[in-house]
Structure formats: structure tokens, C-alpha cells
Design a protein around this ligand. Structure first.
Ligand SMILES: [Zn+2]
Length: 494
């Protein structure tokens, strides 16, 4: 039935495109009045043919778009039945938003918003610790790609302008990061390799190539081309070089039949984790030196391949491999068999867990933490009364700074301000095995807290509902601590 519409004798500059119950008419002409004339004429012919077939058109639903490269914004008005329709700056046709300049900026903005919402919802399903394994996560991440790549062949030319696709690429990367539980500081290049998902620009390019050869079955051929280009970019890039040292060739990595990447293995594969060099680089530590090896920088290579602290764990791998393992051999060894992969994964887990534990202990010992932690707790006095306290812990360099309601001390200690409770006499409470004495200082409303003389430790007074307040260069560290030590919440004796 529709064929009759498609075979209509139309004016020469007009063409007709039909899809399901949608009809699009395109008219190409040099002047506006000619465009209007041919459009009106074509619409009249199409409407007449439809009426003959016994079909009615919803004229008020028609949309008009004037595509022009002229600087001045122009509009046209065409007639459809009894309705006059003025051209809009952007229309939606078959799910693609087409604008007057064919820049597809608006389309990319709309799909990016949508993909962002979906990615946000998916991130909730995929926490860095726990959650589904990486192969399942990749499936979820593909949902974001499908949204972003819809109609890519229409706008692939526009995507060559980087500023248009920047936001879409960043959403794509965010979804990829969650596939292998990586830190957001990992470079784009390493992210795509570890997630085994090609960069967005290459995917867009692949879609448009596939469309131009849609009559042939060339899916795998085009994918091979994409991977070749991806490999060239990965080799050329100057970012993610540790990952590149481990995984120089993309193909065996992405085509592997076994092996899940998780939070701990990712730290080993990227070098972004609880290593002092990384923490120092991200302003979360004061030194990048290994605490046991003199003059050695504690980076991923040192921890995983050199540091004597982890010899025992390393020995297990060496026995399996049949000799000492170097960074360049690691991934090849993992890809050989599933049991090798599991051995490396277990190694990464135990090394990273121990390193994180050591890091925490060291932080508490060296008193060089440069942040302020504000804690609220209910403390019971010997008389059985409850008082609500706000604790401010000052350590190391932060001693020089202060704020309202706190006292500054050179010796690391706790200064608390009594926000409620009217007690004037010193209160002694027990927290774990320590005695905490709280006494009122001569300054207004301030109360002093001492834990068994000089033995202060954060854990001993960490309350259930502590909050971290931002002090100079502190927020990032407090956040890092929260991120890395989710279980570190001890309860103050109530
Ligand atoms: Zn060391």
C-alpha cells in the first residue's frame, strides 16, 4: 500500500523517505521561496495520495526543519492541509535529534544526559568492592554504549569534532572504569584496555563503516580494523605506561577466555592504589619512599616485584612460573591458564590488603596526618549521665592551624568542645582499655581530652557517627581513608 506513496511523481528537488508510519520529505533548493513552494506541492501530492488510500494525516503533528549553512537564522512556513507549520531549530526523527546546521550537538547532549542517568543507576549496582564480576559488569557497561551509539552513522561526521563528543566520551569512560573497579585517576587509554572496550570515537567510526558496507557481512573484519587502530593508539600514547608494560598487546587480553579483573588486581595492573608513590602523587602522603627499603620508591613495581615484605606471597607465584617473574611476563603468565590467573589474583589480593593495613598503621603511628577529623559521640560520665561531645583531632602539621572552638597543641592530642551537658567537673570514661579524661579548660566552653597520658590513637575514640570536616589539604585524604577502609569504625564505649 505504501509503495504507491513511495512511487509518487514528485517535483524534481523533492525526495520521500518512509519508515513504518512516518514519512519524511526532503526538498533541496537554493532559495527559501523555492523550498517553500516545492515543499507545499509535495505535501499536497502526498496528502492527496493518502486520502485516496483512505488514510488521514495528523497535520498538526508535522514538523519542519530548515537545514542551512547561512549565518542568519532563517525559517520557512509550509502548509499541510489546514495547518501552517514553521520550521523548528531542531527536530527528532527516528530517535535522532537533527538540528538546522547538522552539527548534532543537541543530539549528543540529549543522549549524553540519558546515558549519564543510566550510568549513574548502573554505578549503584557495581560498587568497587563486591558486586558482580567484571564480565557481568561489561554487559552493563554495554548498555551505556548502546545509548550513546544510537544513530551513530547519522552523526559520525559531527563526532570528529572533539568538543562535541567530549562529554559522551567521559560518560563512556566512567562506565568502563566500573567494569574493572578502577580509580578515576586512571588514564582513558588504560581504562579502555582494562575494560576490553574500544574507545568511543573508534566505536562511532566502526558503526559508520559498517553502515557503508551494510550489504556485506563484514562485522568481524571491521572489528579487526578497530582493534588495529586501537592498538596503534595504545602503542603511541604516553599515558598508562605501567599498564602498557604489562599489556602491550590488546588482542590476547581482550580475547581471553578466562580471568576476572577485580579491585585488588586492578591496583596491580594500573599502579593506582595504596602505593606510597601514588598517594604522594595524589597529595595524600608526604613521602613516596618504602618504609623498609632504604631509598626505594614504593611504587607498584617495587611492591609487587621487589619489596622483601612480600617475598612469601611472591614465592608462590615463582614456584608456579618456575622462576622469577618480571613485569613483562606477568600478563602472559596469567593468560596461559585459569589457575595462573587465579594465583596472580590471590597474590594481588593479599599484597594489597597487607599494604593497606600497613598504610593505616603507619598513618596512626607517624603523627603526620595533616587533617582535622570532627567526631560526634555520646559519652557516659561515671555518674551515668550522657553528654554529647564533638571531638576535633589535630595532628602533626595541622597543629599550627586552628579554628573557633578548638585549642591548638604541639603535642598531638584531642581537643573537644563541649556542645551539651553542663558538667563542670572532669569526666573520666573508658574507651576500650584506655581511660579518657575530659576536663574543662579555663577558656570559654572548651574541654580537654586526654587518653592515658600520651597514648592517643584515632581508633580509640572513633565514634559511630563520625563526620569528616574539610581542612586545608584534608578532604581528599579523609575521603581516601573512607574509601579504602570501609570497615574502620570502632565504637566508643557508651
Ligand atoms: Zn620495600
Amino acid at each position: 500500500m505504501y509503495d504507491r506513496i513511495l512511487r509518487l511523481e514528485l517535483p524534481r528537488p523533492a525526495k520521500i523517505v518512509g519508515f513504518a508510519d512516518d514519512i519524511a520529505i526532503t526538498v533541496v533548493a537554493k532559495h527559501l521561496d523555492l523550498v517553500e513552494f516545492y515543499s507545499n506541492e509535495t505535501i499536497r501530492l502526498v496528502r492527496a495520495a493518502l486520502t485516496e488510500l483512505g488514510l488521514q494525516t495528523a497535520d498538526q503533528k508535522n514538523e519542519v526543519l530548515l537545514v542551512t549553512s547561512r549565518k542568519v537564522t532563517e525559517t520557512i512556513t509550509v502548509r499541510a492541509g489546514g495547518h501552517y507549520i514553521t520550521s523548528a531549530p531542531c527536530i527528532r526523527y527516528l530517535g535522532v535529534h537533527i538540528d538546522a546546521r547538522l552539527r548534532f550537538e543537541e543530539h549528543l547532549r540529549i543522549v549524553s544526559d540519558k546515558a549519564n542517568r543510566v550510568a549513574g543507576a548502573l554505578l549503584g549496582l557495581m560498587p568497587n568492592i563486591g558486586g558482580p564480576r567484571s564480565s557481568r559488569r561489561r554487559l552493563y557497561a554495554n548498555v551505556v554504549d548502546l545509548i550513546l551509539l544510537y544513530g551513530a552513522l547519522a552523526w559520525s561526521e559531527a563526532a570528529k569534532k572533539q568538543s562535541y563528543t567530549r562529554r559522551a566520551a567521559s560518560i563512556h569512560r566512567r562506565a568502563c572504569l566500573r567494569v574493572f573497579c578502577g580509580f578515576c585517576s586512571i588514564s582513558h587509554e588504560a581504562t579502555y584496555v582494562l575494560a576490553s572496550i574500544p574507545p568511543l570515537t573508534l566505536l562511532i567510526d566502526e558503526r559508520s563503516r559498517l553502515y557503508s558496507r551494510r550489504l556485506e557481512s563484514v562485522g568481524s573484519e571491521e572489528r579487526a580494523k578497530t582493534i588495529e587502530e586501537w592498538q596503534a593508539q595504545w602503542t603511541r600514547s604516553r599515558k598508562g605506561r605501567w599498564t602498557h608494560r604489562l599489556i602491550p598487546n590488546i588482542t590476547p587480553w581482550i580475547e581471553r577466555r578466562h580471568g576476572e579483573v577485580d579491585y585488588h588486581l586492578t591496583q596491580l595492573l594500573t599502579g593506582h592504589g595504596c602505593f606510597r608513590s601514588y598517594l604522594c602523587w595524589s597529595n595524600n602522603d608526604t613521602s613516596d619512599l618504602c618504609p623498609v627499603c632504604p631509598a626505594a620508591v614504593e611504587d607498584v613495581e617495587h611492591v609487587a616485584f621487589r619489596c622483601p615484605r612480600f617475598t612469601e606471597e611472591r614465592e608462590v607465584l615463582h614456584r608456579l612460573f618456575g622462576g622469577p617473574l618480571e613485569p613483562e611476563m606477568l600478563v602472559g603468565f596469567m593468560l596461559e591458564t585459569e589457575s595462573n590467573w587465579l594465583a596472580v589474583s590471590t597474590f594481588a589480593h593479599s599484597v594489597m590488603t597487607r599494604l593497606r593495613g600497613a598504610k593505616r598503621g603507619q598513618e596512626e603511628d607517624d603523627r603526620m596526618m595533616r587533617y582535622k577529623v570532627c567526631r560526634r559521640a555520646w559519652v557516659r560520665s561515671p555518674l551515668g549521665e550522657f553528654s554529647r561531645f564533638v571531638f576535633f583531632a589535630w595532628c602533626g602539621r595541622a597543629c599550627a592551624r586552628g579554628g573557633a572552638g578548638t585549642t591548638q597543641k604541639e603535642d598531638p592530642g584531642y581537643v573537644i568542645s563541649l556542645r551539651s551537658g553542663k558538667k563542670k567537673n572532669p569526666i573520666t570514661v573508658r574507651a576500650g582499655s584506655d581511660r579518657i579524661t575530659i576536663s574543662r579548660s579555663p577558656r570559654r566552653g572548651l574541654t580537654k581530652l586526654a587518653i592515658d597520658g600520651a597514648q592517643h590513637s584515632h581508633d580509640e575514640v572513633r565514634s559511630e557517627n563520625h563526620t569528616h570536616k574539610r581542612a586545608p589539604d584534608a578532604g581528599a585524604k579523609a575521603q581516601l581513608e573512607r574509601m579504602m577502609v570501609p570497615e574502620a569504625r570502632t565504637t566508643l564505649t557508651r
